[in-house]
Each structure stands twice: as structure tokens, then as C-alpha cells.
Design a protein around this ligand. Structure first.
Ligand code: NAD
Length: 499
């Protein structure tokens, strides 16, 4: 089925995998759905269909929830302790590491991710996420407590798994973002019903082979492919699901939240951002420029933490903009499977259209396009890296998440650092921010004042399983990663005995 107009080699394993009609994975087995309808999966670098998956239904979700509930309440998974669960998660991490090249190819083809980044970032980070939580599984415990009332009591807490978790993920980092939910929820003893994005479902389906191979009991991890409605909406509303963990846009996050209210399920939301980067007057500009450029251009700007708003002092404005523009001009835009490519296509026609609409609006609102915003000739959803200057806080390109390779530059007066921080905080989002300076005090004072869940100093887009990740304000609820995430997949039970 894969039509390779550009003649890039793909491995036999990936070629065979693409040719399958992919099914749901429920209760330890591949299974067809209640409907025969399918969803086409495209290579965004060519616009050609590469595979297809089943378009799931509410009934398919119900079957998956039943299996996940059974696995949670009875059977081998319910009997395993944290150490045993950790061993299984570590085996999965090891198998994934062995199959790294195959997964890198799949992410490149499905999500349009340059294979050099899939190899260097997506796959090894995902391997580490599973490994980190494999270790965490044996360290989840409660504490002993000392009641204040008179009398002789023995009191303690137990940290118990929250139950069946619905996992809903977007298309930009399919394997990694799922791992950030699946690894800790498994460490905590939960079971899962996963809906990957309909745009990029392939790597999660291939991962199910490994999950089965390493010996997770049936029903612990279930995957139902399909559209947001009905599959995602059924998961969000399902009475048999105890928690939903969602990564995606704010608009969908609000729908998930409303639906989850029915049975008051627990909710984690990882939503959008419009992350500021502040260059202070004393920054090491030559070192900053490559960092600023890659903060907005990595994965075509389709990163929730992309450094999409740049604040530079007036005296440095032209030098910084020219430096980033030079880097953007030299970027190698091409097919994601080409090892020379460091910028691939937008992930879908929809996403390309969305970014182009924003660029039109930005120009109409008075922004100047210094570079980019054009479509190269040929197939695929490519867009050249774009820098908009003369942007103002009220413009839609500055206020709203574009989710593309579009940098909006604003300048501030060199002697008013507070103005830079005020402008940076002037957003409904609060996912991430970066500050660029050689002065330690400036850096840490700014880090404290910025209203964002992650602040980076002289770098941007650093993700690690040991570091909690999540948003302030409308960028979400809760934290993933680190030891923080364990709270979100456990309930605390307080036990108090009169002695
Ligand atoms: P999206 O909200 O359109 O879709 C996300 C997922 O929700 C998909 O699987 C989709 O099928 C599903 N969905 C759609 N409608 C639904 C409904 N009514 N009920 C339940 N599920 C439904 O987002 P997207 O376009 O796939 O991804 C881009 C967005 O994700 C951006 O806003 C980006 O910032 C955000 N994101 C956030 C993070 C983070 O960690 N904060 C990470 C990556 C992406």
C-alpha cells in the first residue's frame, strides 16, 4: 500500500507493518471493530496514503473498558506488586530500544518527523520514560501519620491505583506522549484504554505487539483507533473509566472535561501553549541564536512548548532576527526519511491550512513577514520557516497557538526588563518559557516571575522523565513526569486503627 514517490528506503519490517489492516487491540488480542469503516493514514511528506486503521465506535470502547476493568480487578495484573510491574515495564523499554530504528521510521512516515530527530529524540526519550517509571513502580508507598487527638491510634496511608485510565493523545509526538501517560499508570497498577490520534495511530499499534510479547496480561493495555468523536468522546464520558488523561488542544480539552463530569472522573489535561523566549541585553547572542531558532523550528513548530513569542531588547532586535533568519534559510526542508532533512512537512493538510490561515491574518493585522510563509513546489504539506516582526500583543498570531514554524518577534526597551516579563506573561497560556542571559540573578529572578510550568535558562525544549512537566493557566491541569505524576494515577487511602 505504501507508495514511495521519492524512493526512500524503508525496512521490510515497516513495509510489512504498513500493509496490514490494523485492528483494535482489546483484551490481549487484535480484534475487528463493530463497523467496517476505516481511516486512511498519510505520509505528510508526499500526501500519499500509507496505511489504514479501523474507525472505532462506542461499542468498541465499551468492549475495551470491560477488558480493562476485568484486568484491573481480577487476574494476574491485580496480584502483581510494584516490583513485578516494574520488571515488565523495563522489558518493554528494552524491547523498544532494540526496535528503535523501526519505530523511528514509523514516526518519520506517520508524523512527518525528520528521522534524525526521531532517532535522536523521540525514540530514546520514550525508552527512558518507560525505564524511569519501571524503577518508580517499586517505590510507590504511603506514610505513617500521627493523629492530633488524644488516645492510642495507629494511622497510615496507602497509595492505590486510581483504576481504569482513558488515554487520549495528539499527533505531534505519538509514541512519546503516550509513554508519558502509559508508563506511570502501569507503574501505579492501573489499566488503560488508549485512543491514539487518528492522524498518527501507527506507532502505538506497533507498540502493542511489544506489550503483548513482553508479557503484560490481557486487558491491561487496550487500544481503540478512531476519531475524536465517537471514540475519544466515549472514553471521556464512560462511567467505567476512573480517570482520563488527555493531551491535545484547549478546545478539545474543554469537551473532555465536560464529559468527564458525568462520573466525576479524575482528569489530567496537557494543553496548548504560546511559550515566550526572553533575550536579556547581556545574553550571549551567538550562542542564543541557534537555540532560539531550534526552539521554534524543531518538529516544524508543532510542539506544545515551541518558543513562538520572542522578546528582544531594541538594541539587539535586528541582529537576533537576522541570525535566526540565516539559520532558517539554511534549514534542510525535505522528506522525513532523508537523513539530511532537519525540517519535515506539517503533519496534515488540516494543520498546513490552519497555519496558512494564521499567516494571512497576521499580515492583515500589520505584522511584517521577514522570511518564509511560502509553500515549496511539489507534493506534501511543506511550509517554509517564518518570522513575523512588528507583532503586537493584540494580534491573533501572538495571542493564539498556531502550532507551526512561525516566530512572532516583539521588542522591549533595553532598560525595562520588567516590561519583557510583563509581555511574556500576557497570555492565557502558561506551559513553558525560556530566558537567555549570562547573569545568574537575572535568570533566576525571571524564572520566578514567569507564570509557566517549565522555565528553561539558556536553552529551550528540554524534556526528561525525571522532570515534572505541565502547564499553568489554560495550558492544563496536573503534571506528568517525575515523581509528581505518581499522584495523578493513585488515590490516597487513610487507615486509622484504635489500638
Ligand atoms: P486535538 O485536541 O484536536 O486532538 C487531540 C486528541 O483528542 C486526538 O486523539 C483527537 O482525536 C481527540 N479528540 C478530538 N475530539 C475529541 C472529543 N470530543 N473527545 C475526546 N477526544 C477528542 O489536538 P491535536 O490537533 O491532535 O494536537 C495539537 C494540540 O495538542 C495543540 O494544541 C498542542 O499544544 C497540544 N499538545 C499539548 C501537549 C502538552 O503536553 N501540553 C503536548 C503535545 C500537544
Amino acid at each position: 500500500m505504501y507508495q514511495d514517490t521519492k524512493n526512500f528506503e524503508i525496512s521490510d519490517a515497516v513495509r510489512k507493518f504498513l500493509q496490514k489492516l490494523h485492528m483494535h487491540h482489546i483484551n490481549g488480542d487484535w480484534t475487528s471493530g463493530a463497523s467496517d469503516e476505516t481511516i486512511a493514514v498519510f505520509d505528510p511528506a508526499t500526501g500519499l496514503k500509507i496505511s489504514e486503521v479501523i474507525s472505532g465506535t462506542s461499542e468498541d470502547v465499551d468492549r475495551a473498558v470491560k477488558a480493562a476493568r476485568q484486568a484491573f480487578e481480577s487476574g494476574p495484573w491485580a496480584q502483581m506488586n510494584g516490583y513485578e510491574r516494574g520488571r515488565l515495564i523495563q522489558k518493554l523499554s528494552d524491547r523498544l530500544a532494540e526496535c528503535a530504528e523501526e519505530f523511528a521510521e514509523l514516526e518519520a512516515l506517520d508524523a512527518g518527523k525528520p528521522i534524525v530527530y526521531a532517532r535522536a529524540a523521540d525514540i530514546p526519550t520514550t525508552v527512558r520514560v518507560y525505564s524511569y517509571h519501571a524503577g518508580a513502580a517499586s517505590k510507590i508507598s504511603g506514610e505513617t501519620l500521627t493523629p492530633t487527638m488524644p488516645g492510642d491510634f495507629h494511622a497510615y496511608t496507602l497509595r492505590e491505583p486510581v483504576g481504569v485510565v482513558g488515554v487520549i493523545t495528539p499527533w505531534n509526538f505519538p509514541l512519546l506522549l503516550t509513554a508519558m501517560k502509559l508508563a506511570p499508570l502501569l507503574a501505579c497498577g492501573c489499566t488503560a484504554v488508549i485512543k491514539p490520534s487518528e492522524v498518527t495511530p501507527l506507532s502505538m499499534l506497533r507498540l502493542m505487539d511489544l506489550i503483548q510479547e513482553v508479557g503484560f496480561p490481557p486487558g491491561v493495555v487496550n487500544v481503540v483507533t478512531g476519531y475524536g468523536d465517537p471514540v475519544g468522546s466515549r472514553i471521556a464520558a464512560h462511567e467505567g473509566i476512573d480517570k482520563v488523561s488527555f493531551t491535545g488542544s484547549g478546545a478539545t480539552g474543554r469537551k473532555v472535561l465536560a464529559a468527564a463530569g458525568g462520573n466525576l472522573k479524575r482528569v489530567t489535561l496537557e494543553l496548548g501553549g504560546k511559550s515566550p523566549m526572553i533575550v536579556f541585553p547581556d545574553a550571549d547572542i551567538d550562542k542564543a541564536i541557534p537555540g532560539l531558532a531550534s526552539a521554534i523550528l524543531f518538529h516544524q513548530g508543532q510542539v506544545c512548548t515551541a518558543g513562538s513569542r520572542l522578546f528582544v531588547p531594541k538594541s539587539l532586535h535586528d541582529r537576533v532576527v537576522e541570525g535566526i533568519a540565516d539559520m532558517a534559510k539554511n534549514i534542510s526542508l525535505g522528506h522525513s526519511l532523508d537523513s539530511k532533512t532537519n525540517m519535515g512537512p506539517m503533519a496534515s493538510q488540516n494543520q498546513l491550512d490552519r497555519v496558512q490561515r494564521y499567516l494571512e491574518q497576521g499580515k492583515n493585522e500589520g505584522a511584517d513577514c521577514v522570511i518564509g510563509g511560502t509553500r515549496p513546489e511539489g507534493n506534501g504539506y511543506f511550509l517554509t520557516p517564518t518570522i513575523l516582526t512588528n507583532t503586537r500583543p493584540e494580534m491573533s498570531v501572538v495571542k493564539e497557538e498556531i502550532f507551526g514554524p512561525v516566530l512572532c518577534v516583539q521588542s522591549y526597551s533595553d532598560d525595562d526588563r520588567n516590561d519583557a516579563i510583563r509581555l511574556a506573561n500576557d497570555t492565557v497560556f502558561g506551559l513553558a518559557a525560556s530566558v537567555w542571559t549570562k547573569d545568574l540573578s537575572t535568570a533566576h529572578k525571571a524564572a520566578k516571575k514567569l507564570r509557566a510550568g517549565n522555565v528553561w535558562i539558556n536553552t529551550h525544549n528540554i524534556f526528561d522523565p525525571a522532570l515534572p512537566f505541565g502547564g499553568f493557566k489554560q495550558s492544563g491541569w496536573g503534571r506528568e513526569q517525575g515523581s509528581e505524576v505518581i499522584r495523578s494515577y493513585t488515590e490516597v487511602k487513610t487507615v486509622c486503627a484504635a489500638l
